[in-house]
Design a protein around this ligand. Structure first.
Ligand code: ADP
Length: 596
């Protein structure tokens, strides 16, 4: 059913009540007036009839002589005229003895008329009925005419009463007009009253709608009426409390959002149907999903990773926390360590699962590097040891008695021991640099780059001279940077040493150092064999060699570039290399430095 406004519920009822009251009052008034007129007229007629009866007593009714009859007739006619009443004297037999207006012969049967019947019985009789001679309603009142307490005839007085109806109509019209006026006035008043009642309710409704829309700043006007005013006050208090609570909830939610968003760990929560309830930024990033689109959807539709799905299923089925590893393969291999726990509501009923995971890819890679490193070290150490052991055994087996061989073998053993020594020295210095850099124990102070490079060249000069290599240095003598001079010298020595090792004899090595973009750059360029592209990203790794046999033959340990890199990292710098096979390589060190 369509809903109606309070105004339209109140107003028609008011109008209806008013209309019924007006009609009732008008009807009652008109009836009372009519009755009043009737009673008044009847009383009048009774008085007249009684007077006529008194006057007529002097005639010897019913035994009238013709003279008496004429005298009575003229008396009645005179009285009738004088009182504008039709007067009739009727014998008990119903015969009209005298009549004020019409000839008596016209009047025949009066016997059954109620007024006649009552008067004949000694009472006053009344009746009102249509009278043909008046052509309208006529009222008759009859009284007994007595002689010696015996009813001898009936005196009847009659008047037409159409005038009463006419008068009543006039009054009814006046009442109608009055009622219409009162009706109009009260319609206006009741409209005003209805509005007065419905306006505050409308205000309440508007206010409640504003509250529902989240606008708690406005207040409801407090109406005069106790009920509606009280309701408005209660609603205002409710709005303040709601506002307060919503603000608290919003603040708490924001705090939670901020916490979740700032977490490095990925967090996801699913309900019992495995629908995603919460996913934080880190999880969305790791799993490559859009949080807004993913929320509310079943996890399988959002993330196609069997490890994750299996872990969620396991968590939902288990009472204990669950641990597992998730491997992501979308963008390279990524390893996540995940912990799952059941989410329970305040009554302890499980409502879903919470998964927290973090990226352990770096850890995994480090583990891999460590394992590879241990394998490499073992291998690097085992080669010279096997060789040493072989020659020692050969010597023991009798070669020691042949001085020529013995000297040769001892020479080989010495070289292998030197090799072992240099591997161990390199390993030690690498781990020392790493440790000290890790603890920021490497002293860094402003030093001359020119001096460092000159010293490095000096260290390699004998080896360079052996292969007739020329080393050119181009460096501003004033160039300075925050450095650890001995370490940086070792880094450059490693580069020069490599340039000598991997270049043909009599070529030139260029060393250039300059300042640009808040950095000191040191380039070591050779005209050697170069390195092909696929090896370039790995040559800084420990024990990585392009040509292991040549490296070993040249006395390389495979650790030189790794040492250089770690020294430069300890200076917050970086290393890079450009190389073209057959043309040469340029190794570059860049160290942050302010203009000195
Ligand atoms: P190694 O002791 O073997 O020289 P490094 O760590 O110093 O170990 O160098 C790693 C590898 O990089 C070398 O084995 C070599 O293959 C390559 N390499 C380094 N420097 C040069 C260079 N200047 N020219 C060509 N190849 C080089």
């Amino acid at each position: 059913m369509p809903r109606k406004r309070v105004l339209w519920q109140l107003y028609p009822s008011y109008l209806l009540i008013m209309l019924i009251s007006l009609i009732a009052v008008a009807w009652y008034a008109s009836r009372s007036l009519r009755q009043f007129y009737f009673d008044q007229t009847a009383h009048d007629l009774e008085v007249r009839a009684t007077l006529v009866a008194n006057r007529a007593e002097q005639f010897p009714i019913p035994a009238l002589t013709p003279t008496d009859s004429l005298a009575l007739q003229s008396l009645i006619a005179a009285l009738g005229r004088a009182t504008s009443t039709r007067l009739t004297i009727i014998a008990l037999s119903g015969r009209v003895i005298a009549e004020s207006s019409e000839p008596a012969s016209e009047w025949q049967t009066q016997l059954s008329n109620p007024e006649f019947v009552a008067a004949r019985a000694g009472r006053t009789g009344y009746d009102a009925r249509f009278g043909r001679s008046f052509d309208q309603e006529v009222m008759h009142v009859a009284v007994p005419l007595q002689r010696n307490s015996t009813v001898v005839a009936v005196v009847r007085a009659s008047v037409p009463i159409g005038f009463i109806e006419d008068a009543l109509w006039e009054i009814r019209i006046k009442i109608g007009v009055g009622a219409l006026l009162i009706g109009l006035i009260s319609a206006a008043v009741s409209l005003w009253v209805s509005r007065r009642i419905s306006r505050p309710i409308q205000d309440l409704r508007d206010g409640a709608e504003r509250f529902a829309a989240g606008d708690f700043s406005s207040r409801l006007p407090v109406a005069d009426s106790e009920e509606i005013g009280g309701l408005a006050e209660s609603m205002n208090v409710m709005a303040i409390q709601l506002d307060d609570r919503i603000k608290t909830i919003t603040r708490q939610r924001n705090e939670q959002d901020v916490i979740l968003a700032s977490m490095i760990e990925g967090v996801i929560a699913v309900d019992r149907d495995e629908r995603l309830i919460i996913i934080n930024r880190a999880a969305a990033h790791l799993l490559d999903v859009k949080p807004d689109e993913a929320r509310g959807r079943i996890i399988q539709e959002v993330v196609r990773n069997t490890d994750l799905i299996r872990l969620i299923t396991r968590t939902l089925a288990s009472r204990e926390p669950v641990e597992g590893e998730i491997v992501l393969t979308e963008s390279g291999e990524q390893f996540l360590e995940a912990h799952g726990t059941l989410l329970r509501d305040s009554s302890g009923v499980s409502i879903g699962a919470l998964l927290v995971f973090h990226d352990i890819t770096r850890l995994r890679k480090l583990e891999h590097v460590r394992r590879e490193f241990v394998a490499n070290v073992s291998h690097e150490l085992k080669t010279p040891i096997t060789s040493i052991k072989g020659f020692v055994e050969t010597l023991q087996d009798g070669a020691v008695d042949q001085p020529e061989d013995a000297r040769r073998f001892l020479g080989i053993i010495t070289r292998q021991v030197d090799r072992l020594n240099s591997i161990i020295e390199d390993l030690l210095s690498l781990s020392r640099i790493e440790q000290e850099a890790g603890r920021s124990e490497i002293p860094i102070e402003s030093g001359s780059i020119f001096e460092v490079l000159s010293a490095a060249i000096q260290s390699c000069s004998r080896k360079a001279a052996e292969t007739k290599m020329q080393i050119d240095l181009r460096c501003d003598q004033d160039l300075r940077a925050p450095i650890n001079a001995p370490l940086l010298e070792q880094a450059v020595v490693n580069l020069i040493d490599n340039a000598i090792k991997y270049s043909e004899a009599s070529t030139t090595i260029e060393i250039r150092a300059f300042y640009a973009n808040s950095e000191v750059t040191i380039d070591v360029r050779d005209q050697g064999r170069g390195i092909s592209r696929e090896h370039l990203p790995r040559i800084w790794e420990r024990f990585y060699r392009v040509d292991a046999a040549r490296s070993r033959a040249m006395g390389g340990t495979g650790l030189g570039l790794a040492i250089t890199k770690h020294i430069v990292l300890a200076h917050n710098g970086r290393v890079s290399v450009e190389s073209e096979p057959g043309v040469g390589s340029t190794f570059r060190i860049q160290i942050p430095a302010n203009r000195l």
